[in-house]
Design a protein around this ligand. Structure first.
Ligand SMILES: *Cc1c(COP(=O)(O)O)cnc(C)c1O
Length: 499
């Protein structure tokens, strides 16, 4: 059996048989090879597997059926907004006029795409309460970097060269401190208040002439709306710093809270999370960034401009010298942006507000139903997700969050996010999204209830879970540090992760 179990079967390289192939070239001239100049002939054939087309098709279709996907089941991965992605958005992204447009097409023949992107910028600006938006960043993390680079450009443009620090709460996503470091700032981590919110007094104490920006996630990564946000933003601006909002949790607040209007100077939006693009497999995504007045001059170039006659064009090189420049090739991940546009237009303003209300309702329902199954450290009503903890269960049975997550796979569910945020012991961050039925939510509660009963009755069953998946429990540290991702002929002793 391979490391992946017997449901995976041999690789294409192992299936290869000399001379087997797919397509046939009809009637090649006998001297075909002789006609190719000697210098352009390969010394040896390419080292590709030789398989027939049906073998190839079955191999990949079988592999695809081992994937867990939101199209096959519930996927409550906190902070990731794994909602069902409507198929009409896929249809729109595949329209040839968008999908087949050459990235170097002159503006005159790209008017439809430019108009769609320009209108998407307007919609996202409206949703976020921002003045303008760039669609270039390829993901939330790159959106953060873009935003913080604009913050740096802003301070430097004012001759304010002493601002070397970015403040982040200890519950922040790892990309926040990484962004600050990449942009050349020192990260100052601020502890959370006991109620899970930001500690405004601790922020106040850390704010000063060296603070370039604070980065706040609202609702926070424990699923709570920041109750003292206005106080905090006032203090930030009084100190001459800027406020960055990590907008990954936008799915909780659409139509209810506009970060730009509340005083945030810049935010990114993970459109692959909130506005539909399948994103479990690592991309592509998009991380548009919205700015207020202060950062407007620094937006990446080229911006998409609308001329007085209604035509659209891209800024020319050097047209706006204050820009931080380009952060990505062309105008962004257009396919993802077309999906976001289709999603927004299909919902309309009232539909997007309902999305957020339903997402919050679903999370509060799950939280209430699970509060006698797991610890729920924060009692305040949650937003679109909530954090639970297995700390008491661990103390009673030795069963940890990891065991629960692995056992959920046997019950047919994707596990929630685990061990994040770092501020909660044995954390499970659960985000049901608005697209799940009450029956699905109830089935998830029932599965967790059964698992907790198993933890008391048969802990070994959980320690060794999952039992039904093609890949059994791996040594995750080895899998992360020494991933074996390339096939090569291996002797038995080299076989990775023997089981
Ligand atoms: C997902 C996420 C990010 C990073 O976004 P990517 O699009 O994955 O790069 C940043 N912050 C929070 C809170 C997130 O959930």
């Amino acid at each position: 059996m391979t490391a992946a179990g017997d449901r995976l079967g041999p690789t294409l390289f192992e299936r290869s048989r000399p001379g087997r192939g797919g397509g046939k070239v009809p009637h090649p001239p006998k001297d075909a090879l002789a006609r190719i100049p000697a210098g352009q002939l390969r010394a040896e054939g390419p080292r590709l597997p030789e398989v027939s087309e049906p073998e190839l098709t079955r191999h990949y279709v079988n592999l695809s059926q081992l994937n867990y996907a939101v199209d096959t089941g519930f996927y409550p991965l906190g902070s990731c907004t794994m909602k069902y992605n409507p198929k009409i958005d896929e249809w729109a992204a595949r329209l040839a006029g968008f999908a087949a447009l050459h990235p170097f097409a002159p503006d005159a023949v790209a008017q439809g795409t430019l108009q769609l992107l320009w209108e998407l910028e307007q919609s996202l600006a409206e949703i976020g309460g921002m003045k303008a938006v760039t669609l270039q960043p390829a993901a939330g993390a790159q959106g953060e970097l873009t935003g913080i680079l604009m913050v740096r450009a802003y301070h430097l443009s004012r001759g304010d060269t002493e601002r070397s620090e970015v403040l982040v709460p200890d519950s922040s996503h790892g990309t926040n401190p990484a962004t600050a470091s990449m942009a050349g700032f020192k990260t100052v981590t601020i502890p959370s208040a006991p109620d899970g919110g930001v500690d405004v007094e601790a922020f106040r104490a850390a704010l000063g002439p060296r603070t370039a920006a604070i980065m706040i996630t609202n609702p926070s990564t424990v699923g709570l709306f920041e109750a003292r946000l206005c106080e905090l933003l006032d203090a930030v601006h009084e100190a001459g710093a800027l406020a960055y909002m990590d907008g990954a949790n936008l799915n909780a607040i659409m139509g209810r809270f506009k970060p730009g209007e509340s005083g945030f100077d810049v935010m990114h939006i993970n459109v692959h999370k909130t506005f539909s693009t399948p994103h479990g497999g690592g991309g592509p995504g998009a991380g548009p960034v919205g700015v207020g007045d202060k950062l407007l001059p620094f937006l990446p170039s080229p911006r998409i401009l609308r001329e007085p006659d209604g035509r659209f064009r891209l800024e020319t090189v050097g047209e706006r010298p204050t820009s931080i420049g380009r952060v990505r090739a062309f105008v962004g991940n257009t396919g993802v942006l077309v999906r976001a546009y289709a999603y927004i237009r299909a919902h309309g303003a009232s539909g997007l507000t309902e999305v957020s209300e339903d997402a919050v309702l679903a999370a509060n329902y799950l939280k209430a139903r699970l509060s006698d199954v797991l610890d729920v450290p924060f009692s305040r009503p949650c937003m679109h997700e909530f954090v639970a903890s297995a700390a008491s269960l661990k103390a009673a049975t030795g069963i940890r969050t990891l065991d629960i997550a692995k056992r959920l796979i046997d019950y047919g569910f994707h596990p929630p996010t685990i061990y994040f945020p770092l501020t909660v012991e044995e954390a499970l961050l659960i985000e049901p999204t608005e697209t799940e039925s009450i029956e699905t939510l109830d089935a998830f509660v029932e599965a967790l209830r059964l698992i907790v009963a198993e933890a008391h009755a048969d802990p070994d069953l959980l320690h060794s879970a999952p039992h039904s998946s093609p890949v059994r429990r791996l040594d995750e540290a080895t899998a992360a540090r020494q991933p074996n991702l390339r096939w090569s002929a291996m002797t038995g002793s080299q076989t990775p992760c023997p089981d």
